[in-house]
Design a binder for this molecule. Structure first.
Ligand SMILES: [Zn+2]
Ligand SMILES: [Zn+2]
Length: 183
């Protein structure tokens, strides 16, 4: 940039301008290269990050699939266990129903009804208790029964049903009671 003999002020200015331009151009090229290098570096890092991400994603996916399959296995085990339990319970209930059916088939309904009616006939009209053996049963002239306990009460001076005198034991009722309550 030194002024030379053959250089006119005009050409000095031109030279300066040219040098400036060259410097500028050179600097621009340098920056461009630097930028390019940075860009490459960035891209490489980005690829690396992508690879790592991909690897991590694959690992997670593998873990997830394995966990899912474990869960499915567990659920299946539980399900088959429930099915087994259910069929066992069903079998027991069905066996119980069968037993009940047999009992019902063998059950003597006529006898049951007969006994039920007799039992209500064997109720003392005063205390409303069943006159079970060995309790003595008393009666009036018409055969209305009254239990021994009630007959001994001072308030009970006559038949509680018809007000007639109590005349004696009702041996037949006692025998019926003995046969019914012994069963
Ligand atoms: Zn009584
Ligand atoms: Zn009576």
């Amino acid at each position: 940039m030194f002024r030379q003999k053959n250089q006119t002020p005009h050409s000095i200015s031109e030279t300066l301008e040219k040098q400036c331009f060259e410097n500028f151009h050179h600097e621009r090229e340098r920056l461009k290269e630097k930028l390019e290098a940075k860009r490459k570096e960035f891209e490489e890092n980005a690829i690396k990050i992508n690879d790592e991400e991909e690897q991590e994603r694959q690992t997670l996916e593998k873990e997830f699939k394995s966990a899912l399959s474990n869960l499915e296995q567990l659920t299946q085990d539980e399900r088959s266990q429930l099915v087994q339990q259910f069929s066992e319970e069903k079998r027991l209930i069905e066996a119980g129903i069968k037993k009940l059916d047999i009992c019902l088939e063998r059950f003597d309904w006529e006898k049951f009804i007969r006994i039920s009616n007799s039992v209500s006939e064997l109720e003392c009209p005063v205390c409303l208790e069943e006159m079970k053996p060995p309790i003595k049963i008393w009666q009036c002239m018409d055969g209305h029964p009254v239990c021994d306990t009630c007959r001994r009460r001072p308030q009970v001076t006559a038949c509680p049903v018809c007000r007639q005198d109590i005349v004696g034991r009702n041996i037949l009722a006692e025998k019926i009671a003995a046969s019914i309550f012994s069963e």
